[in-house]
Design a protein around this ligand. Structure first.
Ligand code: SIN
Ligand code: FE2
Length: 216
């Protein structure tokens, strides 16, 4: 049967040069993704990191994979060890890796091999101020960012902080991929509005996949 435009089929929205939103791309795998988040958080719990400037981040974070993003007094870093547990970060659940691979292929980055997955958890009011992802040595690798749970407004600008911002609602199952010309574009998440989601409860979750080690 021809079913090209069923409600549940993902669709693509161009965002910027090198950047695309894959709407609902993760939807079919959402329940398994949540099991993965639970498994990761059971080993490396969510925590509110403190920036070098002494500011406690409103977003709760954990990581999985070979390297995890963390803060210390001197700055931001990727570490093989969770500073909270003193052990390696948990392994990346298989469903995370396969989703990320499929999304990267769909967005035109078939060679993307992430080694770091940051898991963000937003409670009502939590936000991520406008920033660039620039702690990674190899900027040829894109960013793959998966939204789950409550919707949030994503801001996506340009290379300068002052560039005009697009504001887009990211919903449960949406995947944003940016790389190439837009790899260093400023972006952020506006304060989360309260709500209840059937799978995520009162939270929004985000998985951000990156290549954090230098490639030879
Ligand atoms: C990020 O910029 O690292 C996360 C973006 C998001 O939560 O969607
Ligand atoms: Fe970011």
């Amino acid at each position: 049967m021809l079913d090209l435009f069923a409600d549940s089929d993902p669709w693509e929205e161009p965002l910027a040069p090198g950047a695309v939103i894959l709407r609902r791309f993760a939807l079919a795998r959402a329940e398994t993704l949540f099991q993965g988040i639970e498994a990761v958080a059971a080993i490396s719990p969510f925590r509110h990191m403190v920036t070098p400037g002494g500011y406690t981040m409103s977003v709760a974070m954990t990581n999985c994979g070979n390297l995890g993003w963390a803060t210390n007094e001197r700055g931001y870093l990727y570490s093989p060890v969770d500073p909270k547990t003193g052990h390696q970060w948990p392994k990346t659940p298989e469903v995370f890796s396969s989703l990320c691979y499929d999304a990267a292929v769909a967005a035109g980055y078939p060679h993307f091999r992430p080694d770091a997955c940051l898991v963000n958890r937003y409670a009502p009011g939590a936000k991520l101020s406008l920033h660039q992802d620039k702690d990674e040595p190899d900027l040829r690798a894109p960013i793959v960012s998966v939204s789950l749970g409550l919707p949030a407004i994503f801001q996506f600008g340009g290379l300068r902080r002052s560039d005009p911002l697009k504001r887009l609602m990211l919903e449960h199952g949406d995947v944003v991929v940016w790389g190439g010309e837009s790899r260093l574009f400023y972006h952020g998440i506006q304060p989360l509005k309260p709500g209840v989601h059937p799978l995520a409860g009162e939270y929004r979750y985000n998985l951000t996949f990156r290549q954090a080690a230098d490639s030879e």
